[in-house]
Design a protein around this ligand. Sequence first.
Ligand code: PFF
Length: 466
Amino acid sequence: DNAGSADYIPKEQWGSRIGVILAVAGSAVGLGNFLRFPGQAAQNGGGAFLLPYFISLLVLGIPLCWAEWTMGRFSGVRGFHSAPGVFSIACRNAKARYLSVFALLIPLVIYMYYIVIEAWCLGYAWNYATGNLMLGADPDAYTGFFNDFVGAEQDGYTFGPGIKLLGFIAITFLVNFVLIYRGVSKGIETFCKFAIPLMTICAICVLCRVLTLPRDQVMAGLGFMWNPKPEALLNSQTWLAASSQIFFSLSVGFGVIINYSSYLSKKDDVVLSGLTACSMNEFFEVCLGGMITIPAAFIFLGVSAASFTTFGLGFNALPNVFAQMPAGQLFGFLWFFMLFLAAITSSLSMLQPVIAFLEEGFGLERRASASILGIIALSGTMFVVYFSAGLTALDTFDFWVGTFLIFVLAMVQAVIYGWVFGIKRGAYESSIGAYIKIPTPVHYLLKYIVPVYLGVIFIAFIYQSV
Ligand code: PFF
């Protein structure tokens, strides 16, 4: 084939500018915004968390996101879409492909547990629609429902997931694979164009409902989440949590954006598109995620809301909230359906890098790649579902892959961009087709500050945990 030559014609391309922005924003906006962010913020200093959080956004998130968009398109227009391809092209050295192994592994492993929570969302939406989740005012009823549904550990005894959950996992898997199978433009882009507006409407409805509860309760709930605890700033854990939340949330440092942006053409803008997708993500995270989950849980449950694990929070705490508010069944349905849509536009993006790798690395057709990937992913998911003692395994996975490994990959990418690809080339490549330019200091930031910043937090963290 003609990969690598100037007249290369790509097999896949995004259909429209708004389509690619929505697809990247779809990847970014997900469970991380509505469940992980509020949990992390509440556990790491409340309002004080926002300081390291926004510093990480400006110093790490947006710059690395631009670097990924730039290198992804650079290599995509030369015919390489998979992480090994992008790394080799950006470094002009075929050996660099070995550095990209995390960029394939991380999204695949995250997919294996992410999809389980996605299936919970679908299951909860269904159970609200059918009225099964209107269990009255007893918090134990919801915990019981949750434990039964997810097959979590109870009294030291672990039982597998119920048949219902397996059904929802099957449906979720199928939807993901049909969309992936249809391809970048016909599958992912088309779906995101309809799912994101719908998700936004659902989220705003739930937010309005929460904020129109009695005023003093709303203020107390927001205060519980946001009152700053400045002493948290002295703890390196807070800084690590803030920067890994930025990566997780923006889908930066995962090998996802280098892949998505590789389907752009030479004429396409990368700078403004990247910034738009980041801004959309922050709107969903801070304005919606940060205002709904924890404040609402606090209003109805008090401080015990703080005891839930990262991903368990929305499922254990919020049903109590919906039980106590007028039209709770409707809002419960809207909330979980919204979470499902947010999750699916993210999980799609975790599969695409691996598909691109199988197609490019082994010359497989999309159909064969999707089937092989399906088998691998499903085995991993079944492992998570059956052999993990409930939620602890999710949090462990989330820590090692969703926090630890992404640091390593982010660091590798920053070094490649700053030192190997080169910031001069970066400035030139990113300016092609762009509506705005990446400010010059950002290139220097990527070259000198980002690797050091990541290194310092990382070392401080290792030092603290041993
Ligand atoms: N950014 C997504 C979220 O906030 O939920 C999660 C995510 C998507 C992580 C894609 C990794 C990934 F490759």
